[in-house]
Ligand binder design. Structure first.
Ligand code: COA
Ligand code: MG
Length: 299
């Protein structure tokens, strides 16, 4: 089975301590799961949760991306988490509270020393004032050592800064865009923070749509009911698919062969739009495969 690695529309946190949630997670239509051993697990439950997760991953048939969020690697728990994660067949290890390139380098070195598979990636939480301020430096240094994605931790950012953003996250936007830019400048994926109000479906829809407009690849989620709205917001819409098909068809017409720029329905369309259109259609096809692999979402 080939994994659709570029699909990161919906990435669900599943607490490593919650057996019921772990069991349920295998059948969900999220593009990825972050199995959490950090914030979602109480201090006294760290060891047992790690063991439960080890067993779960050995048997899991979840077809999307699998990520484990570990405790800080400078702690004993974090080192144990990393040891468990490196042999568990997952796609990436998510490091909490990354504040400089050295933290990534230390994690990459530890993985090398543990003979972790070369394809095992690092993801970095950007969720502290220093992390935000240094996001570009972190991204630049990290891409030389396994880093492939930034994950924004909006709850920790709120806690550490006393920022009280409005419903549209107006006050947070400069920081979010700084993280997005740092990721884009270095070829990293970037995922938006969680939406905490489980009863506010409209609020979630609006925040997903805003995240998409800002250039995020997808959203991190806390509940199965949030998966479908995120998939809808970050996947190409029917309108985008229709437009992409029209652009591809237009460039395929014999009278447009060899032309760099054409007119389509009163708008200028260049070859860069053709590249973009092909990307949209590729995502459409990936999504079709992905939905086929996980038909059940009974959350
Ligand atoms: N992953 C998988 N399954 C989940 C889930 C999750 N994140 N959150 C809830 N579920 C399951 C529940 O187990 C329940 O299953 P069941 O009805 O088959 O027994 C079902 O979905 C409905 O859950 P619900 O009763 O609405 O919520 P809850 O009270 O059980 O849980 C939270 C609410 C917030 C505690 C839970 O969603 C959660 O722990 N989310 C993740 C938190 C986290 O990881 N935070 C750290 C990163 S910010
Ligand atoms: Mg955090």
């Amino acid at each position: 089975m080939t994994k659709t690695r570029s699909l990161l529309r919906s990435i669900l946190y599943v607490p490593g301590a919650n057996a019921r949630a772990l069991e349920k997670s295998d059948g969900l239509a999220a593009d990825g799961i972050i199995y959490d051993l950090e914030d979602a697990v109480a201090p006294e439950a760290k060891g047992p949760s790690r063991e439960k997760l080890r067993e779960h991953l050995a048997a899991s048939r979840f077809p999307g991306l699998k990520i484990v969020r570990i405790n800080p690697i400078e702690t004993r728990e974090g080192t144990e988490d990393l040891l468990m994660a490196r042999g568990s067949g997952i796609d990436a290890v998510l490091l909490p509270k990354v504040e400089d390139g050295d933290m990534l380098e230390a994690a990459a070195r530890a993985l090398d020393e543990m003979d972790a598979p070369a394809g095992l990636r690092l993801w970095a939480m950007i969720e502290t004032p220093r992390g935000i301020a240094r996001a570009e430096k972190i991204a630049r240094k990290g891409v030389r050592g396994r880093l492939s994605a930034f994950v924004v931790g909006t709850n920790d950012i709120r806690l550490a800064t006393d920022i009280q953003p409005d419903a549209g996250r107006t006050e947070l936007l400069p920081w979010l865009m700084q993280i997005v830019l740092a990721a884009k400048a270095n070829g990293l994926y970037v995922l938006d923070g969680v939406f905490g109000d489980l009863r506010d479906g409209e609020g979630l829809r609006l925040e997903c749509a805003a995240g998409r407009r800002m250039g995020f690849d997808g959203k991190t989620l806390i509940h199965p009911a949030q998966i479908d709205p995120a998939n809808a917001a970050f996947g190409p819409s029917e309108a985008e698919i229709g437009e992409a098909e029209a652009i591809v068809a237009a460039f395929e017409r014999p009278d447009n062969a060899g032309r760099g720029v054409i007119q389509l329905d009163g708008r200028m369309v260049e070859r860069l739009h053709l590249t973009q259109a092909r990307r949209v259609l590729l995502r459409r096809d990936e999504i079709a495969t992905r939905s086929f692999e996980t038909p059940s979402n009974d959350a």
